[in-house]
Design a protein around this ligand. Structure first.
Ligand code: NAI
Length: 249
């Protein structure tokens, strides 16, 4: 039986690498992002590699959009029993400059998005008696200057993960979180731009602080997601795995 996975924010970056990896692991994958057209590259990469995927446009913070996206995946690919809550945004600002909208936007995409997606997908997981939820946290959950909103959301993802693990365990569903450190993606590229440094210098600077001496890549996170989704991880639940090239943020 082919299991079906949904990866949110999978048009690019960590989500795209995770979608590709899960497809290579043998799952049918729904590549979900804000609009369907954005997902084309990831879907093409999966199908060219011999996998099965569809593009799904939805805003994860919108309850109706989430419900219809999950229903569409169930109809077109099969009941989704694997969910990777990866969609995310940054609205960095020091607290005194952080607007209400900066706060709400970040909470809505990360936390409300993960809540809505998990609630919609658990119906299928409970019915199947099997499921995997992987939530993207961050080393920023430990606190990070300029990220009151993002740090709170990413710490919230850990509490959400542990509670999903407790509530859904009896149905064969595990929930785990990945907390990446510095990963080279468009998100960190935008941070470099905002700070007025070239991405190359930003990567080199980050690498100096990382014990393994290099920045992380989306595939590093995808490998951890692959493990959490595997059969072998059925007794691993409610955990937070820091994928940061070392023990500290
Ligand atoms: P990215 O910015 O490259 O990709 C994020 C994707 O999410 C984009 O395709 C975007 O369109 C999509 N997205 C945003 N809002 C959405 C919404 N409301 N509904 C559906 N899709 C939406 O980001 P990246 O770097 O790949 O990050 C992925 C996840 O990993 C995020 O949750 C991020 O917070 C987390 N993370 C990233 C780190 C990094 O260093 N890049 C470090 C730690 C965590």
């Amino acid at each position: 039986m082919t299991r079906t996975a949904i990866v949110t924010g999978a048009a690019r970056g960590i989500g795209a690498a995770t979608a590709l990896r899960l497809a290579a692991d043998g799952y049918a994958v729904a590549v979900l992002d804000l609009d369907e057209a954005q997902c084309a590259d990831t879907v093409t990469a999966i199908t060219e590699a011999g996998g099965r995927a569809i593009a799904v446009g939805a805003n994860v913070a919108d309850a109706e959009a989430v419900e219809s996206a999950v229903a569409r995946v169930a109809a077109e690919l099969g009941a989704p029993t694997i969910l990777v809550n990866n969609a995310g945004i940054l609205r960095d600002n020091l607290l005194f400059k952080m607007t209400d909208d900066d706060w709400d936007a970040v909470m809505n995409v990360h936390l409300r998005g993960a809540f809505l997606m998990s609630r919609a997908v658990q119906t299928h997981q409970v019915k199947a008696g099997w499921g995997r939820i992987v939530n993207l946290s961050s080393t920023s959950a430990l606190g990070n200057r300029g990220q009151a909103n993002y740090a709170a959301a990413k710490a919230g993802m850990q509490g959400l993960t542990k509670t999903l693990a407790i509530e859904l365990g009896r149905y064969g569903v595990t929930a785990n979180a990945i907390a990446p450190g510095f990963i080279a993606t468009d998100m960190t590229r935008a941070t470099a731009e905002r700070m007025g440094i070239s991405f190359e210098d930003f990567l080199a600077g980050a690498a100096k602080e990382i014990p393994v001496g290099r920045p992380g890549y989306p595939e590093d996170v995808a490998a951890a997601a692959s493990f959490f989704c595997s059969e072998g991880a059925s007794f691993t639940s409610g955990q937070v795995l820091y994928v940061a090239g070392g023990p500290r943020a």
